[in-house]
Design a protein around this ligand. Structure first.
Ligand code: 26Q
Length: 828
C-alpha cells in the first residue's frame, strides 16, 4: 500500500512548490478581493460573510483548476484502466476546509485571512453541507472518493445532483419534523456545469404533471436530457484531482430553444418541469420497504447517463470493445445502480451489435457489486410493471439473462426446482418482481460484503445459493473512513499531539498510527492525549452553548449514540440503559457515579413511525431527567437535532464513549464506529459488523463488548421470550413499568405504548431485553475505568493505535488490487 500513496505527500508535501514561488500564488492574496469585486460587485469592507465565503471558494478553485485539468489530461494521454464508482448517494458534507487541507493551502489561508481581516472559522460556517445521502452508504462513497484521489487512482464518482438533499430535521415538542434541504439556494462555488457534455436518455414512457403530481404516461416513449455537473475531488497533497460527476435531469426542449419558442410553449414548459422533477429530491429511506416509481426512474437515469458518458470516453480512446474490462471497472454501490447490468447489455447488443455471449462476458468482467445490508426488507425488488412501462427492452434482456442462468442451474442441479425458484431473478407472487441483488450477482464478477462477519453471513445465509454456485465471486472488503477528514480536519487537537509524537506521515499513510502503541505507557503522552480530548470537549460544549443555548459539562463523560434511527441499531436499548442508571441514582443518591452526558442524534425515515416515536421518547426522557433535581449535575440526556456530516465532525472528536449496540448480525459494518475509535473514544458495543475487527486490532481487553453473538441471536429466534427477562430482571421490569405508567409522558398518556409493545407484546424482534444486563455490566466496567485517568488514557491510546486498518486507503487499495485490477496513474 505504501507505494500507492505518493511518497511526496508523505514527505511533508515536499513536492508542493513553495507558496511564494508559485506563479499563480504570487498574487494569490488578491484573488479573494478580485472575486469579491468582479463576481459579487461589492467592496470588500461591506461584503456579507456569505459573499466572502464564495470569493474564497472561488480563489481556492482558481488554485486547483490547473491541476484538475492536468489530471484529466494525464488520464486522457495515458489511457489507463479507470474505475467508476456508481452510487445514488454521496454524503459529502462541506468542501472548503477539506479542499484547503488536501491542497496544503494553510499558509495561503492564513495570509489572506490576515490581510483581508477574515474570521476564517466563521466563514467556513457559511457553507451548507452537501447532504446527498442517507447515512453510512453515502458517506462511505465520499470517503472512497477521497482515498481514490489520494492514492492517485484514475477514478470518477457518478451520482445524481439532487436539488434537495437529505431533509433537515427540526425537533418540535420532541417530535421530528422534516424540512426541505434547499442546499443549492445559492450558487454552489464547487460545481462546474458541463452542459456541452449532456447525454440523452430514452424511456418507454413519458412523465407529465397533473395537479402538481408527477404521473407516468405508459406507451408514450420520451427522451430526457442528463446535464453533468462536476465537483473536484482533491487528493491529499493536491497532485491528483478527480471528479465527482452528478447528473441533473432536463427535458429536451429545455435544450432546444427552437422547439421551445416555436412549439407548444405551455406544453414544453410542463414537460420541462416534469423532467426536472426526476432529480428534485433524495429519497430519505435507508432500509424500510419502499417501491416508488420515481425512485426507479432515478436509478435508471443515473445508470443510463453514466454508462453513455463513460462508454463515449472509452470509445474515444479505444476501438476494440474487447478492451472494455481492461479499461473500465464499474463498482455498483449496493443494488441501487444494478440496472447497469441490463443497460450495458442493451448497449452492447443493440447499439454495438455484439453477440450475446461476447456482450455477457464483457458485462460480467466489467461490473462489480457491493452489498450493504442483510435486512430482507431492504433488498430491492422492483415490480415488473415498472419495467414494462419504462424499460421494456431491459426487461426482455433480464428475461433472457434469467433463462440462460436458470438453464445453467438446472444443468448443475437437475430436479432441484426449489433452488431454481429461490435463485430466479424474478420473484413470482401476487405481484411479480425483479430481485435486484440477484441481477447484480449474476451480472458481475465480484460481490463483496463490507465487514468480515457481514460477508460471511451473506455467503452462508442471505445469498447462500449464489455463493455455492459461484464461490469465486464472493469476497470481503471491510469498510474504512478517511483519516484526513475524520482526524486531521475534525480533530486538530489530537492531530497535533499525534504528529508531535510520530511525525505527520500518518495522515497519508495511516498504518503509521500503530507507532503510537508504545506511547500508551508513556505518562507524558497520556497527559497530552487527555489534554487534547479535554480541549475538544470544551470546544464542542462552547459550540453547543452558542448555537443552541444548551449547557453540557466537559468534565462529564461524553457518551454518544449517533446514527440513523432504526430499531436494529437499538437506540431503545440505550434509552433503557439510561432509565436504569437514572433509577439507580434516584434510589441511591449517595452512590458513586461519574457525571455523564448521553448524546443522541439521528434522523428517522419520514414514514418509519416507530423510529419517529423513538426520537420523541428520547426527548421526553431528556426532559424528565432535566426536571428532576435529585439527579441534577449527575446525568443529562441531549438529543442533538439535524444530525449531518458537519455535526459528526464536531461531536466525534469530543466523544469519550461510542455506542455501537446493534443486534448482532444486523449492522453490515458501521463506519462511525471507526471514526470514534480513531478519535480516542472507547467502544461499548456488540459483536457486530466491523466492531468485531476493531476489537481484534486493538485487543479485546481494550473494548467493552457485550451481548448475544450473531449465532446466539439466530439460535434464539425459536425460544426467545422478552417476558422471561421482564419477569426475571427487576431493573428491566422497573424500566418498562415506568414507560407503561407514563413516567416519561405525564402529559401525553399512552404516548409510548407502541414502544412498550415493541419490547414486550410484539416479541422484541431485535432482542433488546436479552442484552440489557450485559450492556449494564459493560457500562459499569467502563465508567469505573473512567475514574482512573491513566488507565483510561492507556486504553484509548491503544484504540487509536489499533485503528490503522480502518482507513479507507486500506479498503481502496484492496478494491484496486483484488476487484478492479488496476494501478495508480500519477499526475506529473
Ligand atoms: C433503496 C431503495 C429505495 C429508496 C431508498 C433505498 C436505500 C437508500 C439508502 C436503501 C438503503 C440505503 C442505505 C443503506 C446504508 O447506509 N447502509 C449502511 O452502509 C454502511 C456502509 O457500508 C454500513 O457501514 C452500514 O452498516 C449499513 O447499514
Amino acid at each position: 500500500m505504501d507505494e500507492l500513496i505518493h511518497a511526496d505527500a508523505v514527505e511533508k508535501h515536499a513536492h508542493l512548490p513553495n507558496l511564494s514561488s508559485m506563479p499563480y500564488l504570487g498574487q494569490a492574496d488578491t484573488f479573494f478581493e478580485r472575486h469579491l469585486l468582479s463576481d459579487a460587485l461589492v467592496e470588500p469592507a461591506t461584503a456579507y460573510q456569505r459573499q466572502r465565503f464564495e470569493a474564497m471558494a472561488r480563489s481556492v478553485r482558481d488554485i486547483l483548476a490547473e491541476r484538475w485539468i492536468r489530471t484529466q489530461r494525464t488520464y486522457d494521454q495515458a489511457n489507463p484502466k479507470r474505475v467508476y464508482y456508481m452510487s445514488m448517494e454521496f454524503l459529502i458534507g462541506r468542501s472548503m476546509s477539506n479542499n484547503v487541507m488536501n491542497l496544503v493551502l494553510d499558509r495561503f489561508i492564513e495570509s489572506t485571512s490576515r490581510e483581508a481581516n477574515l474570521d476564517w472559522l466563521d466563514l467556513l460556517e457559511q457553507e451548507p453541507d452537501a447532504g446527498l445521502g442517507n447515512g453510512g452508504l453515502g458517506r462511505l462513497a465520499a470517503c472512497f472518493l477521497d482515498s481514490m484521489a489520494s492514492m492517485e487512482l484514475p477514478a470518477m464518482g457518478y451520482g445524481l445532483r439532487y436539488e434537495y438533499g437529505m431533509f433537515r430535521q427540526a425537533i418540535e415538542d420532541g417530535w421530528q419534523h422534516e424540512q426541505p434541504d434547499n442546499w443549492l439556494r445559492r450558487q454552489d462555488p464547487w460545481e462546474v456545469s458541463r452542459r456541452g457534455q449532456f447525454v440523452e436518455v430514452k424511456l418507454g414512457c413519458s412523465f407529465e404533471m397533473h395537479q402538481g403530481a408527477l404521473t407516468i404516461i405508459a406507451n408514450k416513449p420520451s427522451t430526457l436530457i442528463g446535464v453533468p455537473y462536476d465537483r473536484p475531488i482533491v487528493g491529499f497533497g493536491g497532485k491528483t484531482i478527480n471528479s465527482l460527476r452528478l447528473w441533473s435531469a432536463a427535458a429536451p426542449d429545455y435544450f432546444d430553444f427552437q422547439e421551445f419558442s416555436s412549439g407548444d410553449f405551455v406544453g414544453a414548459l410542463v414537460g420541462s418541469i416534469a423532467a426536472q422533477t426526476l432529480t428534485r429530491v433524495l429519497y430519505p429511506d435507508d432500509s424500510t420497504e419502499m417501491g416508488q416509481s420515481l425512485r426507479f426512474a432515478q436509478e435508471y437515469f443515473l445508470v443510463a447517463c453514466s454508462l453513455a458518458d463513460l462508454l463515449r470516453r472509452f470509445r474515444r480512446d479505444n476501438d476494440d470493445w474487447n478492451e472494455l474490462p481492461n479499461k473500465v471497472a464499474i463498482q455498483m454501490n449496493d443494488t441501487h445502480p444494478a440496472l447497469t447490468v441490463p443497460e450495458l447489455m442493451r448497449i452492447l447488443l443493440d447499439d454495438v451489435h455484439l453477440g450475446w455471449d461476447q456482450a455477457w462476458d464483457l458485462t460480467q468482467r466489467t461490473l462489480a457489486y457491493t452489498n450493504h445490508t442483510l435486512l430482507p426488507e431492504a433488498l430491492e425488488k422492483w415490480p415488473l410493471h415498472y419495467f414494462r412501462q419504462m424499460l421494456p427492452r431491459q426487461l426482455e434482456i433480464i428475461y433472457e439473462i434469467n433463462r440462460r442462468f436458470l438453464d445453467d442451474v438446472r444443468n448443475r442441479h437437475p430436479g432441484d426446482d426449489k433452488l431454481v425458484e429461490r435463485v430466479s431473478l424474478i420473484e413470482e407472487g401476487h405481484e411479480d418482481k425483479v430481485r435486484m441483488a440477484h441481477v447484480a450477482i449474476v451480472g458481475s464478477h465480484s460481490t463483496n460484503g463490507v465487514a468480515a462477519i457481514h460477508s460471511e453471513l451473506l455467503r452462508t445465509t442471505t445469498v447462500r445459493d449464489f455463493a455455492e454456485l459461484y464461490p469465486e465471486r464472493f469476497n470481503n472488503k471491510t469498510n474504512g473512513v478517511t483519516p484526513r477528514r475524520w482526524v486531521r480536519l475534525a480533530n486538530p487537537e489530537l492531530s497535533d499531539v499525534i504528529s508531535e509524537a510520530i511525525g505527520n506521515n500518518w495522515v497519508a499513510d495511516f498504518d503509521q498510527i500503530g507507532r503510537l502503541k508504545p506511547l500508551a505507557d508513556d505518562a507524558a503522552f497520556r497527559e497530552a492525549f487527555l489534554g487534547a480530548k479535554r480541549h475538544a470537549k470544551v470546544r464542542f460544549a462552547s459550540w453547543l452553548k452558542e448555537s443552541s443555548g444548551q449547557i453540557v459539562d466537559p468534565d462529564s463523560i461524553f457518551d454518544c449514540h449517533i446514527k440513523r434511527i432504526h430499531e436494529y441499531k437499538r437506540q431503545l436499548l440505550n434509552a433503557l440503559r439510561v432509565i436504569i442508571l437514572y433509577s439507580r441514582l434516584r434510589a441511591n443518591p449517595g452512590m458513586n457515579m461519574a457525571p455523564r452526558t448521553f448524546f443522541f442524534a439521528g434522523k428517522a425515515a419520514p414514514a418509519y413511525k416507530i423510529a419517529k416515536l423513538i426520537i420523541k421518547f428520547i426527548n421526553n426522557l431528556a426532559l424528565t431527567i432535566e426536571k428532576d433535581p435529585l439527579v441534577a449535575g449527575r446525568i443529562k440526556v441531549v438529543f442533538l437535532p439535524d444530525y449531518c456530516v458537519s455535526l459528526a465532525e464536531r461531536l466525534i472528536p469530543a466523544a469519550d464513549v461510542s455506542n455501537q449496540i446493534s443486534t448482532a448480525g444486523f449492522e453490515a459494518s458501521g463506519t462511525s464506529n471507526m471514526k470514534f475509535m480513531m478519535n480516542g473514544a472507547l467502544t461499548l458495543g456488540t459483536r457486530d459488523g466491523a466492531t468485531i475487527e476493531m476489537a481484534e486490532e486493538a485487543g479485546e481487553e481494550n473494548f467493552f463488548l457485550f451481548g448475544l453473538t450473531a449465532q446466539e441471536v439466530s439460535d434464539g429466534r425459536g425460544w426467545y421470550n422478552p417476558y422471561w427477562h421482564y419477569e426475571n430482571d427487576a431493573e428491566t421490569r422497573h424500566a418498562l413499568d415506568l414507560i407503561a405508567q407514563n413516567y416519561f409522558s405525564a402529559n401525553e398518556p399512552g404516548a409510548f405504548s407502541a414502544l412498550h409493545d415493541v419490547l414486550l407484546k410484539n416479541g422484541d424482534r431485535y432482542m433488546h431485553l436479552a442484552d440489557i444486563v450485559s450492556y449494564l455490566n459493560a457500562d459499569e466496567a467502563l465508567s469505573t475505568l473512567y475514574g482512573d485517568r491513566g488507565a483510561w488514557a492507556r486504553k484509548a491510546i491503544l484504540n487509536v493505535a489499533g485503528s490503522g486498518k480502518f482507513s479507507s486507503d486500506r479498503a481502496i487499495s484492496q478494491y484496486a488490487e483484488e476487484v478492479w485490477n488496476m494501478q495508480p496513474c500519477p499526475v506529473l
